[in-house]
Design a protein around this ligand. Sequence first.
Ligand code: GDP
Length: 371
Amino acid sequence: MAENKHIHHPENDPDYKGLNVNSGIDQPDSVSHDSVKRFLDKKRKVLAPKAYIEGILNGDITLLSKAVTLVESSKKEHQQVAQEIIKQCLPHSGKSVRVGITGVPGVGKSTFIEALGRSITSQGGKLAVLAIDPSSERSKGSILGDKTRMEALSGDKNAYIRPSPSAGSLGGVARKTRETIVLCEAAGFDHIFIETVGVGQSEIAVHSMTDFFLLLMLAGAGDELQGIKRGIMEMADLIAINKADGNNVEKADIAQAQYRNAIHLFPRKESDWDPQVLTCSAYHRKGITEIWEQVENYKKQTLENGYFFRKRNAQAIYWMHETIEEQLRNSFYQHPEMKEKLKVMENYVMNNAMSSFMAAGELLEMYSKLR
Ligand code: GDP
């Protein structure tokens, strides 16, 4: 191979006007099984918590990602390391504004996040975009997980995009996302967006971990058509009617007036914030800064009236209870002996040999003796 370097290529003649030919490079030795194994072991190796913590506090995105993978893992040894990392990161967290963003598929969430996100990062902000995808629970598929989404933001060094944790119940997915917020904040991300699309439950989860809740809607389509429940509208701090461009502008203005009337009928929010209805075009990047101004106004107002941290404290308590419930449920239903006994008891209940209440009582008693 090395001798090839001295072979004369007519294409390299000084008079030649076409492409040059470069000499090839020597091939490495063939890859051995051992070296592949060593490489994979190294890749999979779980480091000591300290290594992740230091990395995260230094803003190392690779170590942040690896720590998030541990948070998402259901393996006990991964969870132990993850919990230690979270504990150490907690004092460095909390210094961000957390925004929940929701809306039906196609409303323009990723286009909107990309437009707003680029404007945040271009002004020196650091943005983490996390997601809670309710589809993963049922179908193991994903509505939000499309890899082509938010291309410009993915290449932005001040942005970190993490798709929804895929396995587990909504409660489990939401808890993992909440823990990921802590790690992202400790890594210096001062803007956190949590995106979701859902049928009610996932919005509630997102609402319970964010400071500001933004609902994206379309003009012209009825609320029912958009699958937006009244309760979701009631949670919104801002409704943005997207795609207000071209011949859609007028329709968007009408929708804006209608939604403004509608939200006036809702009870006053504990935050004392007047929910806003604005129009925007995420695609043409119009109306985006005006929306962000409202998020900043909200933050200022609720910091002044004390609601901002009152809500965060209430959320922390809420998630403590959610975590207890989730872990109790898992430990009950995943226990091999309980699994067996459950089958037996289900049969009894089905055949009217035992009441549901009695069966539950017996199962719980058995469980309390197992532990
Ligand atoms: P998502 O499913 O909610 O994330 O929606 P996407 O951001 O993927 O947008 C769905 C489609 O709507 C894409 O074809 C976008 O280009 C288009 N879209 C998004 N925002 C706007 C907008 O402001 N105006 C117009 N005309 N189209 C938009």
